[in-house]
Every structure is written in structure tokens, then in C-alpha cells.
Design a protein around this ligand. Structure first.
Ligand SMILES: [Zn+2]
Length: 238
């Protein structure tokens, strides 16, 4: 029988299974994505159940099974994020963040920057309901793109290297583009460009504000980059 292993993880999704079990999608610090089963987790007296709610950050002992799913043998709460259940916008943003990780990082390989980013995002939303803004959600998505290796080029034309007049965005070129290279692009205002640069450069807690128009363009730039390079389609951040 394989030896049990310990890991820390965020519960991205929890699905009811059979009579009393739960199947879990976990994003772990040590192994990236893990699929697991928590047997009997839905029984009233289960020691596992209450600690394995979606959005919780937990420390686990797992045993590898014969199939794809590991079995949870012990769990401790690191942070249950109770504040997320007291604010609908926070809960919605936190769920969006977990969904983005679920879709973008679906392989069993550790990615410490992505794990730390997700933990910071859940912590911020849990402690401060005012962080649940569209600008903040976009800053998270942009940083997640960076952690996954898909950050767009923002400093120079992604096609020719020109550093002036960067007023359009092309996901297929890989970032901002100049007027000479704008085939297949859409217009990106100076404000939207600035938002992308500052959001990527600053800590998540200091995500900049911007007009709705600029945020819509930033959203499109991030969304098209995800679709083109990661082949992942996420709902736009409204
Ligand atoms: Zn160019």
C-alpha cells in the first residue's frame, strides 16, 4: 500500500458522491492539482466533513489509491475563511478565483507562486469585503496568468518591439501592439494599458482602480490571452 503523504491545499470544489462521500478538487502547495475522495464526509459525525468545505485552506494527510483519486485520511483547518460567507460579492469573487485556478492549473505539478496567490486572494476577500471589486478580480486573474507563464507583453509591441504608440492589444501577437502591427487586435486605451501594467507590478492588496471602460478592455485582453494561449475560456469579470 502506498505511503500516506501530507500536503497543504485549497478546496476548489467539492462534489457529493455515493451515499455519504465527497469528491474534492484540491489545489495543493506541494503537488498542484489533486483529486481526492473523503469517505463518509457527509455523515453527521464525520471528523472530515466540516473542514472540507469549498474555499477552505486545509492541511491534509492523503493516501494514494489505485485510481486517480487519493483518499483523505486526516484534515486540519489552516483557514476556513468564514468572512467569505458573510458577503455575497466576496463569496462570488472567491468562487471565481477558485474556478480560474481549477480551469487554468489542472495538472499535478507544484506552482508555488500560483498557490500563494490563491491563498492571498482568499485571505484578502475573507478579511475585507471591500476588496471584492472588478478591478481587484482582474488584478488576480492577471497575476494568475503570470504565475501560469502566460503574462502578456506590455512594455513594447509584441510583434515588432516598437515602444511608442501602443494603443491596441492582440492576444495572438502576445500583448500590446503598435499601429503597424494591429491586424487582429482591438483598441486598448492608455488607461487600460496603465491598469494592466500597474496591476501586474503591485501587490494584490494594492490593485489600482480604473474606469469601467478601461476595466472592460483589460478584461477582454486577459480573457483573449487565456483563450489564445492557455485554451481556457473563463466568464468575463462583470
Ligand atoms: Zn509593432
Amino acid at each position: 500500500m502506498p505511503a500516506p503523504f501530507k500536503t497543504e491545499a485549497v478546496v476548489l470544489r467539492s462534489i457529493r458522491y455515493a451515499e455519504a462521500d465527497r469528491i474534492l478538487h484540491l489545489y495543493s502547495r506541494e503537488r498542484g492539482r489533486i483529486g481526492a475522495i473523503a469517505k463518509g464526509a457527509r455523515r453527521v459525525k464525520s471528523r472530515l466533513g466540516g473542514r472540507l468545505e469549498p474555499l477552505a485552506r486545509v492541511s491534509l494527510v492523503l493516501r494514494e489509491g489505485r485510481g486517480d483519486l487519493a483518499t483523505v485520511t486526516a484534515v486540519d483547518t489552516v483557514d476556513a475563511h468564514p468572512g467569505l460567507r458573510e458577503s455575497w460579492p466576496s463569496l462570488q469573487r472567491a468562487t471565481q478565483a477558485c474556478d480560474a485556478v481549477l480551469r487554468l492549473l489542472d495538472f499535478a505539478e507544484p506552482n508555488p507562486p500560483a498557490y500563494n496567490l490563491l491563498c492571498r486572494e482568499l485571505h484578502l476577500l475573507d478579511r475585507n469585503a471591500e476588496a471584492a471589486t472588478r478591478a481587484h478580480a482582474l488584478a488576480f486573474r492577471l497575476k494568475l496568468l503570470l504565475a501560469a507563464g502566460f503574462a502578456p507583453e506590455l512594455a513594447a509591441c509584441a510583434a515588432c518591439g516598437e515602444r511608442e504608440h501602443l494603443s491596441a492589444f492582440s492576444a495572438s501577437a502576445g500583448g500590446v501592439v503598435c499601429p503597424g502591427c494591429e491586424a487582429g487586435s482591438f483598441p486598448l486605451s492608455g488607461e487600460a494599458h496603465e491598469f494592466l501594467v500597474v496591476a501586474l507590478g503591485r501587490p494584490l492588496a494594492e490593485a489600482p482602480a480604473a474606469s469601467e471602460r478601461a476595466l472592460a478592455q483589460a478584461d477582454r485582453a486577459i480573457g483573449e490571452t487565456l483563450e489564445h494561449h492557455a485554451h481556457v475560456r473563463l466568464r468575463r469579470v462583470a
